[in-house]
Structures are given as structure tokens and as C-alpha cells.
Design a protein around this ligand. Structure first.
Ligand SMILES: [Zn+2]
Length: 407
């Protein structure tokens, strides 16, 4: 039963539908999964080749671990990267070692994952032995809840996060796990269903608003009108996305500027682990979206370019726009007409994984039905929206910024 004491968290693959589809549909029983974990741990020690970016992130986790053990006056923890595994286990803590999978290094949830595993270490969660399976499972489930809460404390104390941001960081991670579970990925061994872990965590921090933006009271003077931001090559944002189609994280980088038919565009590059290059074209003058190219071919486009903001961004301003969206799929194009009436509704404070931002909120309704179809929180400090809510025919998609590097 030694391996049964292993504490681990799954990694939720960044924007990886293929991984979701290939996730095992057949639920395995708990004992079998624990056995699988034993095998994974036994594999540790193999040589893993990492990209330079992955090496940087592994070093960053080691620094985070060192800062944590220093802050708590504990012996250092060694961070080791192991080959990614078919179980999708992202992190394992065991006897002074934090093992991360290669996949975890590419995930926007890496900070949450590392904080959770360090939580196990600080709480002394070493292998449980000499108990019945039922007692073990009960104790392990308790430990996972405690590690989530300890992670919040670590993020506040070591990373200096405000409490709401620290809780949000863990909740967003668990929401991705919950989404994967709803698509057939089994619960990580020793864990309660993610929805229950979220409820437990929120109950431990009851006074912290983690989901609802707070309306900012009218300031003494109204905020100055906001002008369109200037994006620089290298500016980048990492997002979390959650919808009935799946959940994941991905990074957008400003790659270049390009002029097409006399219009200047920013080209945003988004790469996936499968090596697919996606390029989003936004008009430089107003950040309206023109098209998406996948591996150099136009996959979808808007005519005219779809507005997300009208500059300067002023509270109370409104606009209407009718856009024809064209989507290419399997060599066939389909068109959709999209008519929206939008309004800049006010200033709100939003807590997202990246932090707490003062943002200007915009709401758009379907012009025909009057139904609310999108909400967007633009933060000047981020040069981008930090939170977005969109209603599609197939369900609601939520997105938020997890981290950023902007100049
Ligand atoms: Zn754990």
C-alpha cells in the first residue's frame, strides 16, 4: 500500500480536444487507478527532453518550491520532470519530491498544480500505510481538500496574491478538472469529484468573491476616455477557456503587424501542442476581428471586421453592427449573419487568475431577439479584455486571462 499515499493532480491539457476525445470513456475502479499510479511513479527517473521554454518553466517551479520551503522553514523539495503519461497526471508529491509531467509545464494551470503539491508537502502528507482501503480513501480525499486550501495560503504568502486571486487560481484549475470529468475523464485517484472540491474550497473562504465581478462605485471624477491600446510584438496573454465543448488554457502572442488591401492588422499567433499554427487578424485601428488562418489558410472571417469595442471606450456609449461570418470546413464554406446591439455599461472590479483588475464592461444583445449574447471586461492595464462571457447556440463559453506579459 506504500504507493497509495501518493498525492497527485491531473493536468488538463491546453485547448486539446484530441486529448479530450481520447480520454478513457470507461471508468476504471479506484484500486486499478491506484495501481496505475504506482507504475507511473516507478517510471520516474527516465530522461525527459524539454524545450527551452519548458526548461524555463521547470526552473520557475523549482524557484517557487524553494521560496515556499524557505518561507515555511522546511527542507527543500526537489522538482523533477517526468515523461507525460497516458493518465494525464500532471503532478505528484512524494517524500520530498515534486514530480511534474511534461504536459503540466505547458499548462496555464502550472502554478495551481505546483501550489497544490507543495501544500501536500507542507502538510506532511506522506504515504499512508496499515489502514483498510476504505480508511485510506477517506483519509486521502480529506488530504486533497486540505492541499487545495493550503495552496491558497501558499499563493498568498509566497506569491503575494490577494486572497480572491489565490482562491480564483485554484477554482479555475478545479473547473477545468470538472469539465474534463464531464467529458469522461475519470476522477484523479483519491479525489472527490471536482465539483465537490470546489464547493469545499469556496466554503473555506466564504467572504471572498471569486466569481462575481464587483460594481465599482462612481469615482469622484469619471475615468478618462480610453483609447485603443498599442500591441507590441512579444506581448502575450495566457487564457483559460471553459465551455460545454471542453476546458483548457492557451497562449496568444502578438507576432507581427501586416497590411492587407491597405488595412493594417495585428497578427496574433496561437500554437497548440500538435504544432498547428493559428493566426488571428485584428484591425490595428480598433482591434476588430477580421479572420482566423490555420496553417496559412483562412478558416473563418468576418465582413465587415467584427467590433468588440468602439474607441474611445466611454461608459454609456452604444453601437450596432451586422456582420457576415464565413466558416470553412472540409472545403465547404458556410455563412451566418450576426446582428448585435452593444452598450458600455460601467466600471467593475474583476478577479481573474491573473489578478484583480478595474475593467470597463460591455454587453451585447442579439438585435433580433434581445437576448444577452456577450459580456466583456476590458482592462487598460492588460491592453485586452481580462474576462469574457459568450453565448453560442451550443452553450456558454467563459474565458479569462491567467497571466500576461505586456509592454
Ligand atoms: Zn493532491
Amino acid at each position: 500500500m506504500a504507493a497509495a499515499g501518493t498525492n497527485h493532480l491531473p493536468v488538463i491539457d491546453p485547448d486539446d480536444r484530441a486529448a479530450l476525445r481520447s480520454a478513457p470513456e470507461r471508468p476504471m475502479n479506484r484500486a486499478l487507478r491506484l495501481l496505475c499510479v504506482l507504475t507511473v511513479v516507478a517510471l520516474v527517473g527516465g530522461c525527459v527532453s524539454l524545450t527551452p521554454a519548458q526548461q524555463d518553466r521547470a526552473a520557475e517551479v523549482q524557484r517557487f518550491a524553494d521560496a515556499t520551503t524557505h518561507a515555511y522553514g522546511m527542507m527543500p523539495v526537489r522538482v523533477t520532470v517526468q515523461a507525460s503519461n497516458r493518465l494525464g497526471i500532471g503532478g505528484v508529491y512524494r517524500q520530498g519530491n515534486l514530480y511534474l509531467s511534461g504536459d503540466a509545464l505547458d499548462s496555464g494551470h502550472l502554478t495551481a498544480l505546483a501550489a497544490h503539491e507543495l501544500g501536500h508537502y507542507l502538510l506532511g502528507h506522506e504515504p499512508i500505510s496499515g489502514v483498510s482501503m476504505a480508511e485510506f480513501v477517506k483519509a486521502q480525499e480529506r488530504r486533497e481538500l486540505d492541499a487545495n486550501a493550503k495552496a491558497v495560503e501558499i499563493l498568498m504568502r509566497v506569491r503575494g496574491m490577494p486572497r480572491a486571486q489565490a482562491v480564483r487560481t485554484m477554482v479555475v484549475y478545479l473547473r477545468s478538472a470538472q469539465n474534463a470529468q464531464s467529458h469522461g475523464t475519470p476522477n484523479a485517484p483519491g479525489h472527490r469529484p471536482a465539483a465537490e472540491e470546489i464547493a469545499d474550497l469556496i466554503a473555506r473562504f466564504p467572504e471572498t468573491p471569486v466569481d462575481t465581478p464587483q460594481v465599482v462605485r462612481a469615482s469622484i471624477s469619471p475615468p478618462p476616455p480610453l483609447v485603443v491600446p498599442i500591441w507590441k510584438p512579444g506581448d502575450q496573454w495566457t487564457f483559460w477557456s471553459d465551455s460545454p465543448r471542453g476546458s483548457g488554457t492557451y497562449t496568444w502572442s502578438v507576432d507581427r503587424e501586416q497590411t492587407i488591401d491597405g488595412t493594417e492588422y495585428y497578427v496574433i499567433a496561437s500554437s497548440t501542442s500538435q504544432g498547428v499554427v493559428r493566426e488571428f487578424f485584428y484591425q490595428k485601428s480598433d482591434l476588430a476581428w477580421r479572420m482566423l488562418k490555420v496553417n496559412g489558410r483562412v478558416e473563418s472571417s468576418a465582413e465587415p471586421a467584427q467590433l468588440r469595442y468602439v474607441w474611445p471606450l466611454v461608459i454609456g456609449s452604444t453601437w450596432e453592427q451586422t456582420v457576415t461570418l464565413t466558416t470553412m470546413s472540409d472545403g465547404k464554406s458556410s455563412k451566418e449573419i450576426n446582428a448585435r446591439s452593444c452598450r458600455v455599461t460601467g466600471e467593475e472590479a474583476v478577479t481573474v487568475t491573473a489578478g484583480i483588475y478595474r475593467a470597463i464592461k460591455t454587453e451585447c444583445r442579439d438585435t433580433t431577439t434581445g437576448e444577452l449574447v456577450s459580456q466583456l471586461w476590458y482592462a487598460p492595464e492588460a491592453k485586452h479584455w481580462v474576462k469574457e462571457w459568450t453565448k453560442y447556440t451550443w452553450g456558454v463559453q467563459e474565458r479569462e486571462v491567467m497571466s500576461m506579459r505586456v509592454r
